[in-house]
Write a new protein. Structure first.
Length: 154
């Protein structure tokens, strides 16, 4: 049928079990298959989102039209990923191969050191007292003791 069916799809449970077995035997082969399947799934979801954004018409849409479009999108995405697609599988494969080759100690050595040279900020910074005009202080004291405000009429 197509050349991708030999490696299975991301929705086939038998292919998933086979991929797990391949990963146990030779992780480098399984990395490429996994990256291609992830890219195919990503492309299919992108195509589905694009189809959802188009306004539906009662003239064209049938009862099973959506199911057939999903099946077609799946096949198109699988063949796109097999041919190179958007390059996502290549990037994923490169990243996963680097991660497999690198030990934890190597990864820790490659991390950028965190600089702690910045001064720590106090939780409650010291504040300078606010200068209040003497007339405002007197009005506040008068209001607190007698309840009378300067703008009130007696």
């Amino acid at each position: 049928m197509n050349d991708f069916s030999s490696s299975g799809s991301y929705l086939d449970f038998n292919a998933l079990a086979q991929l797990k077995g391949d990963a146990a035997r030779d992780p480098s082969k399984a990395v490429r298959k996994t990256a291609e399947q992830f890219e195919a799934y990503f492309i299919q979801q992108m195509m589905k989102s694009m189809r959802d954004s188009i306004e539906k018409s009662d003239l064209v849409e049938g009862g099973n039209m959506e199911m057939y479009q999903d099946l077609m999108d799946k096949e198109v995405s699988l063949s796109m990923a097999k041919r190179g697609g958007m390059g996502l599988a290549d990037m994923l494969e490169r990243q996963m191969n680097q991660a497999q080759a690198m030990s934890t100690q190597d990864a820790l050595r490659q991390r950028q050191p965190i600089s702690l040279s910045a001064p720590a900020l106090p939780l409650n910074p010291a504040r300078e007292p606010l200068m209040i005009k003497p007339a405002a202080a007197e009005a506040y004291r008068l209001e607190r003791t007698s309840g009378f405000k300067l703008g009130d009429k007696p």
